[in-house]
Design a protein around this ligand. Sequence first.
Ligand code: NAP
Length: 311
Amino acid sequence: MRVFVTRSLPGEALNRLKERGLEVEVHPGPLLPREELLRKVEGVVGLIPTVEDRIDAPVMDRAKDLKVIACYSVGVDHVDLEAAKARGIRVTHTPGVLTEATADFTLALLLAVARRVVEGVDYAKAGLWKAWHPELLLGLDLEGLTLGLIGMGRIGQAVAQRALAFGMRVVYHARTPKPLPYPFLPLEDLLQEADIVSLHTPLTPETHRLLNRKRLFAMKRGAILLNTARGPLVDTEALVEALKGHLFGAGLDVTDPEPLPPGHPLYALPNAVITPHLGSAGRRTRERMAEVAVENLLAVLEGREPKNPVV
Ligand code: NAP
């Protein structure tokens, strides 16, 4: 029985598959061309894809023996869940183990944008640092600002805890109000109140372009946008415009398109801090994600209920 893994993963977790007698093929990366992915899944019983691999009906149809797609991520927008369900293929993901790392990274982006860290680094490296000046690269003081979280699940709540330590006020929007000590606001009210808007919903048909042009410009003048969720939650073209005067800045760990191609207008904006989808990129976190994906995969193949089912 063969398992295909679309990237090499940190840690020892894949050895567990071999110990159970499974044949494991790992594509070291980078991205597999579509044709190769279609060829590689022929005859596999298990697949561990990453967020960049589009696992849709044609892939599933080529993988006639496929029993489980064990995603190496919490987001599952890259998998056609209906197609999997229709074919009796289980889909699992890795919730929880990446919550703290992704929340940490959200704060890293917030500090980078608010206090203009990247501009400061570039300034120093360019040899422009000749003297200390009271008005050099002034940013936003976080204490007392209102953080508006859109999506208040695992990661949203972990970001809220961190924001409190910085003296920020937290408000949130989700599909349903929660028993939490922060005010729930309708989306349009949150956009008007928040000094910082941070996205933490999954990408679904309902959240696609959740921040469209109208909503981006409904944000407070001088506000910050953070996106560590998924790129297509935001209208990129409108965001480029909003960053040229309306917004103070944006911290983007995810983009649309992704990867963001060289020369993209976002790169030219000094107030956009862009990172290559690093939210969960702590070594221990990435090792745990591999362990969870492997455990879910083995559970399905061994006839047990997986711990983190999606379908
Ligand atoms: P989660 O615990 O499932 O929380 C998702 C939240 O989004 C929930 O509060 C949910 O509301 C809300 N939501 C869903 N649909 C919504 C809608 N239409 N309108 C408003 N709110 C909506 O998920 P999580 O573990 O926090 O992860 C969130 C997302 O972060 C993942 O799906 C993934 O795409 C992304 N992520 C990115 C990275 C990265 O590397 N940058 C790492 C990890 C995760 P209800 O509670 O009311 O249902």
